[in-house]
Design a protein around this ligand. Structure first.
Ligand SMILES: NC(=O)c1ccc[n+]([C@@H]2O[C@H](COP(=O)([O-])OP(=O)(O)OC[C@H]3O[C@@H](n4cnc5c(N)ncnc54)[C@H](OP(=O)(O)O)[C@@H]3O)[C@@H](O)[C@H]2O)c1
Length: 278
């Protein structure tokens, strides 16, 4: 049995149909961990030995309860829960429908917290387990025209930091996993507001177009999600609570250093250059 499967025999991974969640699931399955993975439509989840598909829609709390209970009942216990499902919402804040913005914050922050709470309650009974919250480099460098997304990730990282304090001295660990750019279906799945396409009619149209092109170029040349799965594997084997940054040397090493030591004005200027958002 692998070190990982010895420590975590069972796992629940949200958003396991594509991208990072799919790569996390494949990595765990290869290690001999039994995985319960979710998508809004479970038919999108490829059948593999050791893998059980489940339906979960972040915007619907009842589906989170159902998926968690179904996985727990079948697994007996969940040793590892990876809060990974998410989507982007791209557009100028003033031009967005507030309901879309609010829906994203509720789904990706409120409901992700909901699953984190269910996970920790189970783990506390056994005094063991790992909770992984998939946040983002956007916590250090907020993405232009993605205010709702930036808020959800900043809030999620704040939750992880809070929980790390609460679980210290116990057999439970909390990992705040912060990826930089990875080549996934994230941009294709992005919810885009009309301002993005209506370059001529929108005051921020030309800038939105520049930033969108830049977001697409960055993701096209980004590393594959298997690299993030390797970083998560190493963090789980280390077995300590903490923030784990994952990505290229520039994004995982230099950018956090810059975020820590550069004045906010310089950080914003670097981002404006990087994304063409000036
Ligand atoms: N790719 C990056 O560069 C990057 C960087 C930093 C952080 N992240 C974070 O990594 C996580 C995974 O993203 P990804 O890059 O792998 O993107 P992705 O390929 O689009 O995968 C997103 C996953 O989340 C699920 N999902 C999307 N909306 C959902 C909803 N409303 N309810 C339930 N499930 C939903 C999708 O499943 P279905 O569509 O099949 O339901 C899919 O499995 C996200 O939290 C994202 O914010 C990504």
């Amino acid at each position: 049995m692998s070190i990982l499967a010895d420590r975590y025999a069972t796992a629940l991974v949200t958003g396991a149909s594509t991208g990072l969640g799919r790569a996390f699931s494949d990595m765990l399955l290869a290690e001999g961990v039994r995985v319960w993975g979710t998508a809004r439509d479970p038919a999108r989840l490829p059948a593999r030995p050791g893998f059980t598909p489940l339906a979960l829609e972040l915007a619907d709390a009842a589906t989170i309860d159902r998926a968690f209970q179904a996985a727990t009942a079948a697994a007996g216990r969940l040793d590892l829960v990876i809060n990974n499902a998410g989507y982007g919402l791209f557009g100028a804040f003033a031009e967005q429908a507030f309901a879309d913005w609010q829906r994203q914050v509720d789904a990706m922050l409120g409901q992700t917290m909901h699953l984190a709470q269910l996970a920790l309650r189970g783990m506390r009974e056994r005094n063991r387990g790992a909770l992984v919250n998939v946040s983002s480099l956007a916590v250090d460098f907020p993405l232009p025209f993605m205010s709702g997304y930036n808020i959800t990730k900043a809030g999620l990282s704040a939750l992880s930091e809070s929980l790390m304090i609460e679980v210290s001295g116990t057999g439970i660990i909390v990992i705040d996993f912060r990826p930089g750019d990875y080549r996934t279906g994230f941009n294709q799945a992005m919810h885009r507001t009309s301002g993005t396409r209506a370059a001529a009619g929108s005051p921020s149209g030309p800038r939105l177009q520049r930033v969108w092109s830049s977001l697409e170029a960055h993701l096209r040349s980004a590393p594959p999600p298997e690299r993030a799965a390797g970083d998560l594997r190493r963090a789980l084997i280390r077995g300590r609570s903490g923030t784990v940054r994952s990505g290229t040397f520039f994004q995982a090493q230099l950018a956090p250093w810059l975020a820590r030591f550069a004045p906010p004005g310089l950080r914003r200027a670097v981002m404006a250059r990087y994304f063409g958002s000036y």
